[in-house]
Design a binder for this molecule. Structure first.
Ligand code: SF4
Length: 257
C-alpha cells in the first residue's frame, strides 16, 4: 500500500511539465526523427552511459538511418559497434517484411504476459546466433534482467500521453512495466515502492505494482518525471539538504523519515 498522500504527489509530479527533460533525453531526438519507430528502438536500446553520449550516438544513428546508410565501422557507442546496429536494423527489416510491422512482430509472441512477449520480441530480434553486441542490446526478462531499455522502448511506442509517442495502438498501457534505470530504482527504493536493493525483472514488477496504486491504467506515466529527478541532478545519490528541501517527494523519502 502506498502511504497516504504519495499517490497524489506522484500524479502531480508526472503532470508537471519541465522543458529541461526533453532537451536532455534521447526521446527529444526521437520525436524529431522521420522514422520515429526505428529511432525509438535505437534510442532506447542505446540508452546506457551518460545522457550526453547517448544523445550524441543516437543523433549519428538517426542521421545514417534516414540517409539509408549503414553505420559500419565508423560508429561506436561504448562497446556497441556500428556493425551491431546494422545487424539489428537488418533484423528489424526482416521482422517488418515477414509480419507487416514491428508491433505485429511483438504481438505474435504475446500470450497476455508482458514478460513472455518481450522475451520473444528480444529473442526474435537477436536471431539464431547473436553476437555479444545484440545480446547486450536485447536483454530478456527470462534471464532476470530488469530490461530497462526494451521497457523504455515499449513506454515510448505504447503510451500516448505526455512526451511519449503512442505509435502502437494494440498494446494496453496498463500492462507496461516501469523501465528501472539507476535513478528510478534508487528513488523507488527510497519511497518504499520496492524492498529490493538491486534492479531486476522482479524489482520492475514490484515497483510497477506500487505505481498501479497511483494509476492502474497507466503505471509507466511516472517514469519520465522520476528518471529526470535523477538525470537533471535534482535528486542526488546521497541526500543533500539543498537539493532535498524543495523536493516534492521528501515527506515520503526514506532518507528523511
Ligand atoms: S528527498 Fe532528496 S533523496 Fe529523497 S527523493 Fe527527494 S531529492 Fe531524492
Amino acid at each position: 500500500m502506498l502511504p497516504p498522500g504519495l499517490a497524489d504527489r506522484l500524479r502531480a509530479l508526472a503532470d508537471r511539465p519541465d522543458p529541461r527533460r526533453l532537451d536532455r533525453d534521447p526521446l527529444g531526438l526521437v520525436r524529431q526523427a522521420r522514422d520515429k519507430e526505428t529511432s525509438a528502438l535505437l534510442g532506447a536500446l542505446l540508452a546506457f552511459g551518460s545522457a550526453r553520449s547517448i544523445r550524441r550516438s543516437l543523433a549519428i544513428a538517426i542521421e545514417a538511418v534516414e540517409a539509408g546508410r549503414p553505420l559500419g565501422r565508423g560508429f561506436r557507442h561504448r562497446w556497441i559497434t556500428g556493425r551491431d546496429i546494422d545487424r539489428l536494423l537488418d533484423r528489424v527489416r526482416e521482422a517488418r517484411a515477414r509480419h507487416g510491422s514491428l508491433e505485429d512482430f511483438f504481438l505474435r509472441g504475446d500470450d497476455g504476459d508482458l514478460g513472455h512477449a518481450l522475451d520473444r520480441f528480444a529473442g526474435g530480434l537477436r536471431g539464431p546466433r547473436p553476437g555479444r553486441g545484440l545480446r547486450f542490446l536485447l536483454p530478456r526478462p527470462g534471464d532476470g534482467s530488469a530490461c530497462k531499455r526494451p521497457l523504455l522502448f515499449l513506454r515510448w511506442v505504447v503510451r500516448n500521453g505526455g512526451e511519449d509517442l503512442g505509435l502502437w495502438r494494440r498494446v494496453d498501457p496498463a500492462r507496461l512495466l516501469v523501465p528501472l534505470d539507476t535513478h528510478v530504482h534508487r528513488i523507488a527504493y527510497g519511497l518504499g515502492l520496492t524492498s529490493r536493493k538491486t534492479p531486476s525483472w522482479k524489482t520492475a514488477l514490484e515497483v510497477t505494482a506500487s505505481l498501479r496504486e497511483a494509476d492502474a491504467r497507466d503505471p509507466a506515466r511516472f517514469d519520465f518525471a522520476l528518471a529526470h529527478l535523477g538525470i537533471l541532478g535534482d535528486c542526488p545519490r546521497s541526500p543533500l539538504p539543498s537539493k532535498c528541501a524543495p523536493c516534492p517527494l521528501r515527506p515520503w523519502c526514506r532518507a528523511w523519515r
